[in-house]
Write a protein of this length. Sequence first.
Length: 252
Amino acid sequence: MRIIIIILLTLPFNMFAQTRSLDNFTDANGLKQGIWKVKHENSQALRYTGSFKDNKPSGLFKYYYPTGLLSAIMKFSENKAYATMYHENGNIMSVGKYLNQQKDSVWYVFSQRNELLNSEDYVEGKIHGKQFLYYPVEVNKDQIKIMEMYNYNEGLKHGSWEHYYESGHLKAKGKCKNGYKQGEVFYYFSNGQIDIRGFYKDGEKNGLWTYYNEDGSVKKEAHFRNGNVLKGKELELYIQQRKESKIKSKIE
């Protein structure tokens, strides 16, 4: 009789322990609370671990590749999250901040060999501001050198852009408009002399392109329309139209 009573007394507690785990708990309102440990789909490998409060991530979260290696560490605070992503070899892949679950402020991107590849300004999940691409050098061992610089507006290249030689000398410069190269562009030899001078319209070569020798003399010229080089009668007609257009503009 005593054994039956003991079993009956312990039964509700055992049932409660089975239905409410300390991990992966969802409250009566369907909100995640406390520590969660979630596995990859169809796998026993851990995908992430972290704590929720009223369905919102709070504090430190760790994410893992299916292999079990660390893929990211994120620290959540209200509507912000500070992230460090990792390559599978353990080196950092990227570092940055999320605001309202979208990329915000400056993000840094690294190669598997621990080389800084680029840095980008983000606003509401889109590149907005400066983007720098760097010559590959190992961080903290070699001087970082800019390879390319672009201006962005809401995810599209917009404004001036520049390319540089590893020496730091200017290699090329121009402008973009709504994601396309637009207007006059210059390319330079490493000695500073102009290599190529031309024009873009909506991302296509357009108009006169002049190619130079390193001593500054002209090597050749070519005329483009919508990215295609003009030749023969098509070129003659184009040049004639350009002359007539210039004469007309002077008269007006």
